[in-house]
Design a protein around this ligand. Sequence first.
Ligand SMILES: C=C(O[C@@H]1C=C(C(=O)O)C=C[C@H]1O)C(=O)O
Length: 651
Amino acid sequence: MNKAPELNQTRKQITALDKELLSLLSKRRDLSLDVARSKEIDVRPIRDTQREKELLARLVEQGREHGLDAHFVISLYQSIIEDSVLNQQAYLHGRANPEIQQQQSTIAYLGARGSYSFLAASRFCQRRQIDMIDLGCQSFDEIIKSVELGHADLGFLPIENTSSGSINEVYDVLQHTSLSIVGETTIEVGHCLLTKDGAGLDSIKTVFAHPQPISQCSHWLSQHPSLTLAYCSSSAEAMQKVIDAEDSSVAAIGSAEGGALYQLTAAENGLANQKINQSRFIVVARKAVAVPSQLPAKTTLIMATGQKPGALVETLLVLKAHNINMSKLESRPIPGTPWEEMFYLDVDANLATTELQQALKELERLTRFIKVLGCYPCETVKPTQLNNSQLVIEPNSSKESISTPSEDNDAPKFSKRYRQQNTQIELKQFNVGGSDFAAMQQVSLPIDKDVFATKVKQIKESGFQAVLLLDTTTASLSAIEIKEYCHLIDQAGLTSAVQIDSVNHFNETVKVADMIYLAGKEMYNEELLGLAGSVSTPVLLERNTMASTTDWLASANKILTQGNQQLILVEAGIRSFSNPEQLALDLAGLIEVLSESHLPVLGNVSYAVEDKLVCQQAKALKQLHANGVIINDNQLNCPEQQAELLHRLHQ
Ligand SMILES: C=C(O[C@@H]1C=C(C(=O)O)C=C[C@H]1O)C(=O)O
C-alpha cells in the first residue's frame, strides 16, 4: 500500500495554493475594474447577464474536465460575479460623485466597533477604498444629527431585516431629516451566542442583546426559556457587557466577526429564525448623489395622500402607467395627525429618467406631501442561473388566454371563470404555471444525511428544480431532522417540498419546508385541508387514486377558500378497471382540469414501474401542457438517464 503523504506537508501545499487562488482572484478583480472603465467610456450597462451565462456554461464544462461538481462551480462563480458587479458599481458611482469617494470619511453608525452597523459600514468603505474613521452613536437620532451637523460624512441606518422586517424607528427619523439617501448595502447577519473563556450554553444564565437580534432569534430564545434577557442599545454594548461581567455565566447575541474584536467565541451558531438572515442598511449624506445610467438605480420617496377612497391606488397607478416597478411600500403614522399615514416607496428607477420625473409631477398633483429621499445604486445582484428549462423556453399555449368574457365572483375559486390568469408559483429555480416545464424528484425518508447530500447535488445536476420528501411520519423524523434535510436541499439551490400526513406535524413542517405536499389519501382530510389553506406556504395537492376530478377540485377549493392561493394540483394516476393493481395516468381528467382550472398541474409518475412508461408518461404530460413532472428517485436507474429525459423534455 502506498504511504499516505505527510499531513503537514500536504497542508503546506494547500496553504500555498490558497495564496495563489487569492492572488488570481485579486487579478480578476483588477481586470473587472478595467472592464468598468471601458463601460464608462462606451456607456454600457454594468451587468451583462448574457456574458455571465456564457461564462458559467463554459466554466461548468471546464470544471467537469477537472472533476469539479457543476453546482460547486456555479455557486463559487455567482459569488465572484456578485463581488465583481458590486465593485464595478462602486467604481462608477464614485467616479460620478467624487465627494462620497474621499480617501478618508467619518462614518456615524449605531453602537461601537463590532456592532452589525459597524460591520456594514466597514464593508461599504472597504469596497470603495475609503479609510473609515468610525463615529459610534447611541441612537438613530444621534447618527442623523452627526451627519446633519457635519461631524460625520456618512451615516449608516439599518432599514430592514429578512427575519424581523422593517425597522420602524429608522423610517420615522427619515420623515424629519434634510439628509439624502446615497447608498444601500446588505450584510449577512449570522447571530451567534457569544461567550467568554470558552463557556458553553449550559453555563449561561443571562443573555445581553439589542431588541432587533432578540426579535430575529425569537424561536431559538423560546426554546431556551431559562435564559434571562437583558436589553442593550447595540450588539457592541452587549459584547462589552460580557467582557465587563465578573463571571462567565453571561453571553451576548452578535456576529462571530464582531465577537472576535472582543475575544468572544461563538458557543452556538445560526440563532436567527430565518435561514437567510440579512439586514439592509441605507447610507445617508448631506448632499444627494447622481447615479450613472449604466447602474441599476433605486429611488426612495415619501408621500402623504389625501383621505379619500382609492387615494393610494391612484398614486400607484401613476407608477404603473410609467412602467415603474415598486420594490417596497411601507407606511408609518404621521406624528401629530392621528390615523394618517406617511407612505415610503422604493422604486426601481433612476431619478434622472424622464419616466420618473414625469411620474413625480403627476404624483405631486395627487398627494398632500411628496419628497424624494434619494436615488442610489441598487445593490441586489440577482444571481444568474444555468438551468435547462431557463435556457430553452417553451411557449405553453393551452394554458394561456382562454377567452372568458369576465371574471365571475360566484364561480368556484379553482376555476378559470373565477380567475382568468393562470396561477404562477416561483420558488428559487422551481417555477410552475408559466412557460417552464418543472421537474421534481421524490425521495423516501429516512436516508443517511451524507448520502442525501450527495444525492441532492446529483438531482440538481440532472436538471431537477425541487425535491419532495416522503414518509416523514413513517420514518418518525423530528422537526429538527426534517429541517436538516431541507437545509441540504436549500444549499444545493433546490426547492423543498415535504409530505404532511398528520395535523400534528403541520406547524413545525411549514416552518422549514418551501412547500408542503398532501398525498392522495389526505384529499378528504378536512382538518388538514383547512390548515393548508390558512398558511402562506405553497401546497401541492395530490389526487386520490379513487377520486373523480370533481372531488379533487372540490378539495382544492377548500384550501383556496381559507386564503392560501398558492396551490398546485398533482395527478398521480387512478385505478383503472383493466388492471386495478396498476395505476394509470388519467388523460381525459388531466385535459379537463387543465382547461377548467387556473391552477398549475404536475404529473407524479412514480407509479410507473417500467422506465419506458416513465419516459412516455412524462412526455405525454408535457404534450398535454401540464406544468411539470414528479419522478421517484429509483426510477430510470441512474442520474444520467434522468438527466437525459429532462433534457429531452426541455427541447
Ligand atoms: C466583468 C464584466 O462585468 C460584469 C461582471 C462579470 C464577471 O465578473 O465575470 C460578467 C459580466 C458582467 O455582468 C463584463 O462585462 O465582462
